[in-house]
Design a protein around this ligand. Structure first.
Ligand SMILES: Cc1cc2nc3c(=O)[nH]c(=O)nc-3n(C[C@H](O)[C@H](O)[C@H](O)COP(=O)(O)OP(=O)(O)OC[C@H]3O[C@@H](n4cnc5c(N)ncnc54)[C@H](O)[C@@H]3O)c2cc1C
Length: 552
């Protein structure tokens, strides 16, 4: 296979030659660097590469070119190579236009001219973007294939597990993808064996549990030590941040998650308000970086491992894991976040994984190409989900009980209003879902006049109602009426505090009513429900853990 291409487009021959020279000096071994002197030529090159079946990893284009502006070229390149990273080259005076273009045309980055020294101003940006491209594009290249039925909850569970754990795979849908039958025949698989995971070496896992998949992929499932300084339960933004700081401070740190790293943020298609990412960042990308950072610094990570209970034993915290094993730690951080509540509408529970999905917009979006889909909920997560799905579905309807502007950030309301295939039904609720084996239609009820309407849809994505995951915590951890964990000064508000807290000191800021047990992120009462807030609390918790360890 030929090397992936980096395409540079600039009408100024000197600039074009300089960018190509710099890129070649660093990326020659793994990429072919090509050039074009106009937008039209750049577009023709991209089309030709596509026809030849070559990969295009990145397009770097000047903005001001006669005939076609850089932004227009990059927008059109996305239609040909949706995953290629797109970078605008701008003069200092054009930076405002470049930032606007990032928002409007969803570019990945802008580079100011000049970019000297390239070691500082060019290569770090390109390295980063190419890492992200490689992580996304790998599915086509690697041999891992998952064969199954679209409407099978088991297939959905494995797809979700692989995608959330950033494992590249190719999905082959029975009845839709052409080569599926020959794959089934070659591996002697019957329908009862599905979903089946086929590995590059020819081995097959039939109808596996996520844990078996993790085992087969060589992921560690048992803790390496008998005793830890810090065990973090939950690898969302709060847990990942705590793992980075815990490991970097030299604490023996273990991070465990029942499903995948990233938590709720990992399911977000585009986080626009996290510091340092002017073009936004996908939850998957942020997670990939954070996990790499935590592991590089020495944190141990186990997935999928659920913590089912915890007890205090002479000051040590003894955690029970879903597989029956135990882990002992001196301090514990609960970073288990929140989860969507079951939607109460009739028929929903029978169709979960067979057309009804909680969050999960990214895993199933591709399967929704050409379908009408429903998004239930009016929060930012619903808005992001709708925007992402609108790239694949023929129509996205958002069903919300109130006005969108009451519950969703302005930038998302504006994006939705500007997206022609998204329609918003306010003051409406999901009454029932119906279908034979998989979801086929929904019945919606108007909250204004009680009238009902039936609509044919291919999938429903539920983004409403959350509850904290706090039931596994040790007895003695005080919670508020909605089961969010109380910490620090908030504990004083609980009438059980005086009976529970026996230490001759005040609880530390993020400490629960059990000394040495901390909570951070969405699971905590009073949390801000934002990625940055969870990251901040996770980082801060480590400082408090050290303070606690110094006291004991
Ligand atoms: C679709 C979506 C889009 C969003 N977009 C934005 C955005 O653009 N900007 C923003 O600021 N915020 C956004 N948010 C909110 C943000 O993602 C959350 O506030 C943040 O993820 C909370 O982080 P956390 O670490 O506290 O918990 P979570 O992200 O909920 O992570 C908790 C983790 O704990 C694990 N876990 C739970 N119980 C156990 C157990 N018993 N044992 C082991 N592991 C367990 C879970 O599997 C999960 O991985 C979005 C949320 C969603 C759902």
């Amino acid at each position: 296979m030929s090397k992936p291409v980096l395409l540079v487009v600039d009408d100024d021959p000197q600039v074009l030659a300089a960018v190509r020279r710099d890129l070649r000096s660093r990326y020659r071994a793994d990429y072919t660097v090509m050039g074009a002197s106009s937008g039209e030529e750049g577009l023709a090159t991209a089309r030709e590469l596509k026809t030849r079946g070559d990969s295009l990893a990145m397009v770097i284009s000047d903005q001001r070119m006669p005939g076609m502006l850089g932004v227009d070229l990059l927008t059109r390149c996305r239609e040909i190579y949706p995953l290629a990273r797109r970078v605008l080259l701008t003069a200092y005076s054009d930076i405002e236009a470049a930032v606007r273009a990032i928002n409007e045309a969803r570019l990945d980055h802008y580079l100011g001219k000049p970019w000297d020294p390239p070691e500082e101003l060019l290569f770090p940006v390109v390295d980063d973007l190419l890492d992200g491209w490689q992580a996304e594009v790998l599915p086509e290249a690697t041999g891992l294939r998952l064969v199954g039925h679209q409407w099978s909850p088991r297939s959905h569970a494995i797809k979700d597990f692989l995608a959330s754990n950033l494992v590249p795979y190719r999905w082959l849908e029975v009845g839709r993808d052409q080569d599926t039958q020959s794959v089934l025949d070659a591996a002697a698989l019957g329908f009862g064996d599905l979903p089946a995971l086929l590995f590059e070496d020819g081995s097959v896992l039939k109808n596996p549990e996520p844990r078996q998949v993790a085992e087969r992929l060589g992921r560690p499932l048992a803790a390496a030590y008998d005793l830890y300084d810090l065990v973090i339960v939950g690898a969302g933004p709060a847990g990942l941040a705590a793992a980075v700081y815990g490991a970097s401070e030299g604490l023996r740190t273990l991070l465990v998650d029942r499903h995948a790293p990233g938590g709720q943020a990992g399911t977000s298609s585009r986080i626009e308000n996290y510091l340092g990412f002017p073009a936004g960042v996908s939850g998957g990308e942020l997670t990939r970086r954070a996990l790499m950072q935590a592991q590089r610094l020495g944190a141990e990570f186990l997935v999928p491992i659920e913590v089912t209970g915890a007890a205090i034993d002479a000051g040590y915290k003894r955690l029970t894991l879903g597989d029956g094993r135990e882990v002992v730690t001196r301090t514990l951080l609960a970073a288990t976040g929140m989860v969507y509540r079951e939607h109460p509408a009739a028929g929903v529970s029978e169709h979960v994984g067979a057309g009804v999905y909680y969050g999960a917009a990214m895993t199933e979006a591709y399967a929704c190409r050409g379908c009408r889909v429903l998004v239930v909920g009016g929060g930012n997560s619903a808005g992001q989900g709708a925007m992402y799905l609108s790239r694949y579905a023929s129509e996205v309807q958002i069903v919300v009980r109130r006005d969108l502007s009451e519950t969703m950030s302005r930038y998302l309301v504006d994006q939705i209003a500007a997206t022609p295939n998204i329609h918003v039904r306010t003051r409406t609720e999901l009454e029932r879902v119906e279908g034979d084996g998989h979801l086929e239609r929904v019945v919606l009820r108007s909250l204004s006049d009680g009238s009902e309407v039936s609509e044919d849809v291919g999938a429903v994505f539920v983004f409403i109602g959350t509850r904290p995951r706090s039931d596994w915590l040790p007895a003695g951890v005080l919670k508020d009426a909605r089961c969010f964990v109380l910490t620090g000064r908030d504990l004083h508000a609980s009438e059980a505090y005086a009976r529970t807290w026996k230490a001759p000191r005040e609880p530390l800021l993020l400490e629960t009513s059990v000394p040495g047990v901390f909570a951070a992120g969405d699971v905590r009462a009073g949390a801000m429900n934002r990625v940055a807030a969870a990251v901040g609390e996770g980082s801060m918790a480590v400082r408090l853990v050290q303070e606690y360890l110094a006291l004991t």
